[in-house]
Design a protein around this ligand. Structure first.
Ligand code: GBH
Length: 508
């Protein structure tokens, strides 16, 4: 991994200091970068303007409208296509080091392929990037955050091995267009969600609902596509552009319900994030052994003539191994896991969870946030960071998303507590030796929360969906984040006040 050799590892022995009001405050490493994130379909709007073509979320929200809460769509969303100046102004208010956003494939390549480049779409991203750079805010780009061009979906999307070429060609054009100014690239956001929710399940476009089969095809193709793009950047663009490129994995922490459930918990970890982390970050590469064994055994027992998990060739294993400059990590919450040998009851129906043979849930004792699936469990974040350090030889970690949901309103005390407690344990992990270099709050502002529409709010800034301007207003958590970034310290006693005027500090 390139980055390890190039950057110093900053050892932090003790982050605790007493401030002048007598409070204990903890210092973040000087080199740690702070930012916020969004994604194209969730904020841009302008779904069919200026030459953009249809993607799978346009199709899903228009043809199955009420699959999404309140039948919401991303047609206008936060209207960031027109509001990018205000977006950058908020980044300056917060004092961000960087902003992570994603590109809409069908906005820049309306045919899905590089035969036509949509100038208006390119201008939008150039304007956004240049506006950020004017104020020294680093752009970090995600190439794929779930909005596949509809045409490619009709060809099977990530289940078609030709996606390797389609994604490489698209990525090449993006490196050519923006790589002179953009030095941080993420290939794919959350493969687990892309493949599991979209292809096995029905909670993301394209909602294929072919569990135990389609997610495994997707996983293989996606990993090869990612690795091809990594090597393309490494060999053809890094020498002149000098940036970093990696993948973003989502990982919840999975805690055994009882002592006897450690094996079940570990198997779920291997399926849920090991499926993507092991091929890239382990020494041996390939899918995790337990995943290969379990799916092969089940498949044979069910009468398949081969495992439902496709195999990599040895060339592919080598291509994928080491193909990320950092471990991009999206983390939100924790679940308890128990062994369940009969997930599908007496019927031998094929499914992902039947392959794993586990059940999981969240404790009712854990504090709730605004999303049903997201309880506040900071110790799970600590355990996850520890496991990544131990299992994968302490890779540089970029926390690419972390945060929680609330409802409307500026008094988001739960989010304030969430950020304080998650950052506190992140500092514990750094003291233990975890090499965390980037921290990203999800999200800069409320946005289209996929099947939850505009109901679950993840923003440091509230967005008013009744106003045509989509007015953005800072919540308490925005004032907390600003203070953390200004002081580069964490003070558990700091109480943000959302009634204060938001200002831009000198130097931003
Ligand atoms: C991230 O995914 C996404 O990258 C981002 O776009 C999104 O806005 C953000 O989270 C907040 O949700 O309802 O029980 O089926 C996080 C991973 C895993 C979140 C599965 C939602 C649904 C659980 N996700 N989850 S459930």
């Amino acid at each position: 991994m390139m980055m390890k050799r190039r950057l110093l590892i900053v050892a932090l022995t003790d982050s605790k200091k007493i401030d002048n009001s007598g409070h204990e405050v903890r210092r973040f490493p000087d080199s740690l970068l702070f930012g916020t994130a969004t994604a194209s379909y969730q904020v841009e709007g302008a779904w069919n303007e200026d030459g953009k073509s249809e993607n799978i979320w346009d199709r899903l929200t228009h043809t199955q409208p009420c699959l999404v809460k309140n039948c919401d769509t991303g047609d206008i969303a936060d209207n960031s296509y027109y509001n990018y100046r205000r977006d950058v102004e908020m980044m300056r208010e917060l004092g961000l080091d960087f902003y992570r956003f994603s590109l809409s494939w069908s906005r820049v390549l309306p045919t899905s392929f590089p035969d036509q480049i949509n100038e208006a779409g390119v201008n939008y991203y150039n304007n956004l990037i240049n506006e950020m750079l004017k104020y020294n805010i680093q752009p970090m780009i995600t190439l794929y955050h779930w909005d596949l061009p509809q045409k490619l979906q009709e060809l099977g999307g990530w289940a078609n091995p030709h996606i390797v070429d389609w994604f490489s060609d698209y990525s090449r054009v993006m490196f050519e267009l923006f790589g002179d100014r953009v030095k941080y690239w993420f290939t794919i956001n959350e493969p687990r969600e892309v493949c599991y929710q979209g292809y096995a399940g029905q909670s993301m476009a394209p909602a294929y609902n072919i569990s135990g089969m389609a997610e495994y095809l997707c996983a293989k193709n996606l990993l090869v596509a990612h690795a091809k793009v990594y090597h393309m950047y490494n060999e053809e663009y890094r020498p002149t552009q000098g940036g970093l490129v990696g993948i973003v994995l989502s990982a919840s922490w999975f805690e055994p319900e009882n002592e006897g459930d450690e094996e079940a918990a570990e198997e779920l970890r291997q399926f849920e994030w090991g499926s993507f982390a092991h091929p890239i970050f382990s020494e041996s590469g390939d899918f995790p052994p337990v995943m290969k064994e379990k799916i092969a055994a089940k498949s044979a027992a069910q009468g398949f003539l081969r495992s439902r998990l496709p195999e990599f060739t040895s060339e592919e294993i080598d291509l994928i191994k080491g193909s990320s400059d950092f471990f991009g990590l999206n983390h939100y919450t924790t679940n308890l896991v128990y062994r369940n040998d009969t997930v599908n009851g007496m019927y031998s129906s094929v499914s992902y969870y039947d392959d794993i043979e586990v059940g999981f849930y969240q404790s009712t004792e854990w504090p709730e946030t605004g999303a049903t699936w997201l309880k506040m469990v900071p110790w799970g974040f600590y355990k996850l960071l520890t496991k990544i350090r131990e299992d994968y030889n302490n890779p540089p970690v970029f926390i690419t998303e972390n945060g929680c949901a609330s409802r409307e309103g500026l008094d988001d005390d739960t989010r304030v507590t969430y950020y304080k407690s998650y950052l506190d344990v992140m500092l514990d992990a750094i003291e233990d030796g975890s090499d965390v270099r980037v921290y990203t709050a999800w999200s800069l502002m409320d946005n289209f929360e996929w099947l939850e529409g505009y109901y679950d709010r993840f923003g440091l800034y509230e967005v008013d969906y009744e106003s045509s301007e989509r007015t953005r207003t800072p919540r308490k958590s925005a004032f907390l984040y600003k203070e953390i970034l200004r002081t580069r310290t964490l003070d558990m006693h700091f109480e943000p006040d959302a009634t204060l005027p938001m200002t831009i500090d000198e130097g931003h």
